[in-house]
Design a protein around this ligand. Structure first.
Ligand code: SAM
Length: 296
């Protein structure tokens, strides 16, 4: 359950989800046919030292049925990582040098992507999450001018962003990956409006959105909880979401505000990259939308 003003580090509540997705990036990176390389993911997950690391190292083994249940989610994480990596390659090629990663969590793009010189990457997340990542990657050099902004995204983050040097006159590449469901609907609406208000012509935004209802998925949800419990992880992701299903769909919102919107789904993206996914992954893969939009 969530509360106004709640906060967390990487071992609890919403912070744990940042570790979970990093563990899936580490697992993809280790594959011989990996679709991307995130060498920082394993390091970050190991530094947390939690059950995620045990799952990753094989110390806690899961059976075939568990693997099948995880498959859809892991495939979705791979798809979204590839999609947003390609998005940033395109924004850099288009000359955008101001990047804002909302809810950066353990995203290591500031370290692992090739940023043209002069690129500033702003990372926003909860104070303890960013402090953990900075400490774990203290020996690593960011590949851009990285500016961390410790802030609650339900509060006045645009002011914190400007205070660190963000200039709305310049075009921006925004990313909100794995964030929206963790915000109350009114904070999501404010976030979309703030992105719009701070975006010069030529700015772009990338977001993943989820179109499903929890109840449909209760069996999968219970099975996932049981599997994670084997690694000592007590987490029910859906329980960390704000329970408001009437929230504004970002695709429609950006289109209505004059942005040129493009969407795809994870299955199509993975197929385009030669990754075959078994049908069992479909339920998960097809209920997420990957979206980019450009302000003309
Ligand atoms: C599922 S993780 C995704 C992290 C990262 N974008 C990625 O894909 O690897 C969700 C992230 O959202 C952050 N987050 C959620 N609500 C937030 C809030 N109100 N303020 C700041 N960060 C928030 C969490 O701390 C966490 O890092």
């Amino acid at each position: 359950m969530r509360e106004d003003g709640d906060s967390w580090d990487v071992t609890e509540s919403v912070g744990m989800t940042a570790v979970g997705v990093a563990a899936m990036r580490a697992a993809e990176t280790a594959r011989p046919d990996a679709l991307f390389q995130d060498p920082y993911a394993e390091k970050l997950v190991a530094a947390v030292g939690s059950g995620w690391a045990k799952l990753m190292s094989g110390e806690v083994t899961v059976d075939d049925a568990d693997q099948a249940r995880m498959y859809g989610m892991a495939s979705f994480m791979t798809a979204r990582t590839v999609y947003f990596d390609e998005y940033f390659a395109a924004t850099s090629a288009a000359g955008i040098r101001q990047v804002v990663i909302l809810a950066a969590g353990l995203d290591a793009r500031a370290y692992r992507l090739e940023w043209p010189s002069g690129t500033v990457v702003y990372e926003l997340d909860q104070p303890k999450v960013l402090a953990f990542k900075a400490a774990a990657l203290a020996d690593d050099e960011p590949a851009a001018d990285l500016r961390e902004i410790a802030v609650d995204l339900r509060e006045d983050w645009p002011k914190a962003l400007r205070d660190k040097g963000f200039d709305p006159v310049n075009p921006t590449a925004w990313l909100a990956e794995g964030l929206l469901r963790y915000l109350p609907a009114d904070a999501q609406d404010r976030l979309l409006a703030d992105i719009d208000a701070l975006s010069a012509p030529g700015s772009r935004v990338a977001i993943n959105t989820w179109s499903g209802v929890r109840a449909e998925n209760s069996e999968l949800r219970a099975a996932r909880e049981e599997m994670l419990a084997k690694a000592g992880l007590t987490i029910d992701v859906e329980n960390l979401w704000y329970d408001e299903d009437d929230r504004t769909p970002p695709v429609a919102w950006f289109a209505a505000h004059g942005w040129q919107v493009e969407t795809t789904d994870s299955r199509t993206l993975l197929a385009a990259h030669g990754r075959e996914v078994p049908d069992i992954a479909d339920t998960e893969l097809l209920r997420h939308t990957l979206m980019t939009a450009t302000r003309p």
